[in-house]
Design a protein around this ligand. Structure first.
Ligand code: 6PG
Ligand code: NI
Length: 192
C-alpha cells in the first residue's frame, strides 16, 4: 500500500466513491435476531433476502495513526414498523471515536455506552456527527424513498465488535409509530 498522499472523489448525488477497496452488501440474512418483529422478519426473509445496506471501504493499514474511511448507504425499508438499519457495533478498541458526515437522505444514529448512556442523533445532509470513544453506533434510514448516505472516518486500529450488539441488542430502537417516527426502548434488550 503506497504511502503517498492520495485523493478520491465522492460524487453527489449517489456518493459512489471513485476509489473502492472493498464493497460490503448486507442483506436481511445478515441481520438475524436484530429486528424487533421476528415473525415479520422471518416472512420477509423467506420471500426475498433483500439488500438492507452497503458499505464502500477505502483501506489503509489497520494500525494506530492511520485512518479508515468509507461510504455507508442504508436503503429505505422496514421490518414491521422498524426502519432498515446497520448491524451496529462497538469498536474492538473501545476507546476509539468516529466521525460521520451525512451526504444524502434522512435518518438517525443510535448510540450507547456499556454503562447504559444512550443517544439518538438525527442525520440529514450536511450534518457532521462525532461518535466519541466507547459509544456503539448504528445507522437508521427513516426516509421512505431515499437512501441514508454517510461518509465515515475512524482510527485504523479500531476494529469491530459486533458480538456484544448481536447478543444484547441496542437499548433504543427507531420505529414508524402512529404519530410518526418514534424512539422506543427495546423490549428485547438483553443487557442490564
Ligand atoms: C466502522 C463504521 C462504519 C460501519 C458501517 C456499517 O466502524 O467501520 O462505523 O463504517 O461499519 O456504517 O455498519 P456496521 O459495521 O455496523 O455493519
Ligand atoms: Ni464504527
Amino acid at each position: 500500500m503506497s504511502d503517498l498522499p492520495f485523493t478520491f472523489v465522492v460524487p453527489l448525488p449517489g456518493a459512489l466513491p471513485s476509489r473502492v477497496d472493498n464493497h460490503i452488501q448486507r442483506r436481511l440474512s445478515a441481520m438475524q435476531g436484530q429486528f424487533l418483529d421476528q415473525v415479520t422478519y422471518g416472512k420477509m426473509l423467506a420471500e426475498d433476502d433483500r439488500l438492507v445496506y452497503e458499505v464502500y471501504e477505502i483501506h489503509r493499514p489497520e494500525i494506530a495513526g492511520e485512518l479508515l474511511m468509507g461510504i455507508s448507504i442504508v436503503h429505505p425499508g422496514k421490518v414491521g414498523r422498524e426502519f432498515y438499519m446497520t448491524k451496529g457495533h462497538f469498536h474492538t478498541v473501545i476507546d476509539t471515536a468516529e466521525v460521520y458526515y451525512c451526504l444524502e437522505g434522512e435518518g438517525f444514529m443510535v448510540m450507547e455506552t456499556p454503562e447504559g448512556e444512550t443517544s439518538v442523533e438525527p442525520l440529514s445532509p450536511g450534518k457532521v456527527l462525532y461518535v466519541p470513544p466507547r459509544w456503539a453506533h448504528r445507522s437508521v434510514c427513516s426516509s421512505r424513498q431515499q437512501d441514508l448516505i454517510t461518509f465515515f472516518i475512524y482510527p485504523g486500529n479500531a476494529g469491530h465488535d459486533y458480538g456484544t450488539i448481536e447478543q444484547l441488542g441496542f437499548r433504543k430502537l427507531v420505529v414508524d409509530g402512529e404519530h410518526g417516527i418514534e424512539m422506543i426502548d427495546n423490549p428485547r434488550y438483553q443487557g442490564r
